[in-house]
Design a protein around this ligand. Structure first.
Ligand SMILES: [Zn+2]
Length: 371
């Protein structure tokens, strides 16, 4: 199913609902504001606390412009023990393993429930997860642990950076370039904000806050700047896009507030000094929360037990929905089949042996919840 992010995932959601209906399992959609996408929640097992959330996103990244050698949306099994197709690794393989285990979950005599939490539009900035997590906390008994099945080769990942992306729009006033006193130069104002963001980048790089990550600090990117018409016109509008990827300690509102304050206190008065016109607006384009290490929290303990992983808890460079679950007070780790190296590429593939490992993991979760 083509569930490329920003399109619709309702075909997939409908498929999962039908599967759950076949087993008499109630489920609930949490719709996107425009109604084109849905998160899905379901509880299998008794309505008691202490369950385990198995969560994955249903969207995938685009295939357009990539040199696929076969139809990306028809899964292909090759002779080399691999499955090919968009999303097999990131992350429909995990979802398929979980759904295939539903009959086992029903027969196992669960003492505590498995909670299924499927999100939409993770790939464009964990867009669906916040409303999914809100509803889960509101409607379902409090779980013991959350497992995000993103590709980690079944290793236990306890921390990742966040992603916060913004568009800053400067509205100025145009005039003949010989009359700047009657104008408000939007490009000049945006450039000062861009320079401020880059100064933050330098300061954070020097501070080097968190050695578990590569690089060990919050990174920034001044990405695009777009404004101005001609050499003899004072520009009236400029649009700046920028992002930062905070280590868990920086994953609050503090950094963006610093930028907003600078724009308001330093840039805006300068912009308005000639004509009195000028406005600066910030749009949040994406906000993926960081995942912070819980130092042996329930989710990590469970996943170590089930995978036999005894090494150091790992961090990854990519973001997941997990930070939103953790921000709601739920113990969360990332652990799933396949490698991120095969995600987002043409001819995306996953080893069947990885899916087997994930199936054993889900069996272990079921067993844990019957004890
Ligand atoms: Zn993913």
């Amino acid at each position: 199913m083509d569930t490329t992010a920003q399109h619709t995932n309702l075909q997939l959601i409908g498929f999962v609902e039908a599967l759950l209906d076949d087993h008499g399992i109630p489920h609930e959609r949490v719709m996107s504001p425009d109604g084109t996408c849905a998160n899905l929640l379901a509880r299998i097992g008794p309505e008691v606390e202490g369950g385990v959330v198995l969560s994955g996103h249903t969207d995938c990244v685009p295939v357009v412009g990539q040199p696929w050698t076969r139809d990306p949306f028809t899964m292909h099994r090759s002779g080399d023990g691999r499955l090919y197709g968009r999303g097999v690794t990131d992350m429909k393989g995990f979802l398929a393993v979980v759904l295939a285990a539903v009959p086992k979950m029903l027969e196992a005599g669960l003492q505590r429930p498995v909670l299924l939490a499927l999100s939409y539009d993770e790939e464009i900035g964990t867009v669906g997860a916040p409303s999914l997590v809100d509803r889960l906390v509101e409607a379902l008994p409090r779980p013991e642990a959350v497992v995000i099945g993103e590709p980690t080769s079944m290793q236990v990942v306890t921390a990742h950076k966040g992603v916060r992306a913004f568009t800053t729009i400067v509205h100025g006033r145009d005039a003949h370039s010989s009359q700047p006193q009657k104008a408000a130069n939007a490009v000049a104002a945006a450039a000062r904000i861009a320079a401020f963001v880059d100064d933050l980048a330098i300061r954070h790089a020097e501070a080097g806050a968190d050695p578990r990550f590569d690089p060990p600090y919050t990174t920034f990117n001044v990405a695009t700047i777009d404004g101005g018409q001609a050499i003899n016109i004072v520009p009236r509008r400029c649009e700046l896009t920028w992002e930062y990827r905070p280590v868990p300690a920086d994953d609050g509102e503090e950094i963006v507030e610093q930028v907003r304050r600078f724009a308001e206190d330093e840039v805006l008065p300068t912009l308005q000094r000639g004509s009195g016109d000028g406005e600066i607006t910030f749009i949040v384009d994406a906000m993926a929360r960081a995942l912070a290490d819980e130092d042996g929290g329930p989710a990590e303990t469970l996943c170590r037990e089930l995978t036999g992983y005894t090494g150091q808890a790992r961090t990854v460079a990519f973001g997941t929905d997990g930070g939103h679950f953790q921000a709601a007070g739920l113990s969360t780790v990332v652990c799933g089949p396949g490698s991120i190296d095969q995600a987002h590429i043409a001819d995306e593939w996953i080893e069947v042996s990885q899916l087997d490992a994930a199936a054993r993991f889900v069996d272990g979760v079921i067993d844990h919840l019957t004890r």
